[in-house]
Design a binder for this molecule. Structure first.
Ligand SMILES: [Zn+2]
Length: 178
């Protein structure tokens, strides 16, 4: 089949998702997830299967549904990987807190129910640029857990293709073009 689609630019390319069953331990290529060299080291990443919106309103849900995945990362890339993983969360949380702190006094006289809805809408508005960044400047690697499956998202198409190949018998869904 001839490829007619325009190649994405290197910077603005959505991550490539590969879905495996939640109970399946994924096999990773013997390459660092960041620099693709021989890794000699791993990092454990925890993910939660709760619906993030539900967990936002009912935070106690986050006490359940955790699982972990071991990812190959070389020692020199660990810091870079952690910074990317947590840096964005820290920035977005700081922005939300600062905005709520600045904007909240404007709604002082409002009915409590209306205030809660307006607050929810504001948080969603503040999160939307973060979602755009996540889609177009994806992390090296990320996971999204659901009740029975986990999405493994890769910024690198080459790495995603190798991961797809290694886990082929278990792949439920894949964005890797065959
Ligand atoms: Zn590395």
């Amino acid at each position: 089949m001839a490829r007619t689609s325009v190649e994405h630019s290197l910077l603005m390319r959505p991550p490539i998702n590969i879905t495996l069953p939640r109970n399946c331990v994924p096999a990773f290529p013997n390459k660092c997830i960041v620099c693709h060299c021989i890794p000699h080291s791993t990092l454990k990443i925890a993910h939660n299967a709760q619906n993030p919106l539900l967990a936002f309103f009912l935070p106690f849900l986050l006490m359940f549904g955790w699982s972990r995945v071991e990812v190959p990362v070389c020692r020199t890339c660990k810091l870079r990987f952690r910074l990317q993983r947590w840096g964005r969360e820290v920035v977005v949380c700081a922005l939300i807190l600062a905005s709520v702190w600045l904007i909240w006094p404007c709604f002082k006289g409002w009915h409590a129910g209306t205030r809660r809805i307006v607050g929810g809408v504001l948080v969603l508005l503040l999160i939307s640029p973060y979602v755009v960044v996540e889609v177009f400047w994806p992390r090296f690697f990320n996971t999204y857990a659901r009740k029975d499956s986990v999405d493994y998202a890769f910024a690198s198409p080459g790495y995603a293709a190798e991961f797809h190949e290694l886990n082929l018998p278990n792949v439920l869904n894949s964005e890797v073009s065959e």
